[in-house]
Ligand binder design. Structure first.
Ligand SMILES: [Zn+2]
Length: 146
């Protein structure tokens, strides 16, 4: 299992091995952000997340939003239906695909419960009498981490 490395600004950068993370602690380039208190690696509590002491300029791929995925939409919306707030396990296209909505856009997809999804069908929000409780957005890497 890898150790997540956060930038000094708390943005996730990448994961490294436990020995690598401990070397970063020894060299004082990183500090422990979260550790497994029940376990040790040498003198250190077993790190789960470490944070860089100094800010490093993010490489381009980390400054871009994560790629769209169904799972990512559910995670971003905390598995809550965007229309009624109940537990959700489906993804709804706000502007339906049949009306030209984008299939894999963070901005056109929300977590949705089966009931609201069936009620909405391929209608627009106004037509279905539904309102969004959240504003769809491209998630940060951090939002999709947990
Ligand atoms: Zn719902």
């Amino acid at each position: 299992m890898g150790v997540l490395v956060l930038n000094a600004s708390m943005e996730p950068l990448h994961t490294v091995s436990v020995p690598h993370a401990v070397r970063m602690l020894v060299r004082r380039v990183a500090e422990i952000h979260e550790a497994d208190t029940g376990a040790k690696f040498g003198h250190y509590p077993l790190p789960r997340v470490v944070r860089l002491v100094r800010y490093v300029v993010m490489k381009w791929r980390y400054s871009r939003p994560p790629r769209w995925s169904r799972r990512g939409v559910l995670q971003r919306d905390h598995h809550r239906c965007a229309y009624c707030g109940r537990p959700a396990d489906t993804v709804d296209h706000v502007l339906p695909l049949s009306r030209g909505g984008a299939r894999t856009s963070w901005l056109n997809t929300v977590a949705c419960c089966a009931r609201c999804n069936a009620a909405k069908g391929s209608r627009l929000l106004d037509e279905a009498g539904l309102r969004l409780l959240v504003t769809p957005h491209a998630p940060s890497w951090f939002e999709l981490q947990a």
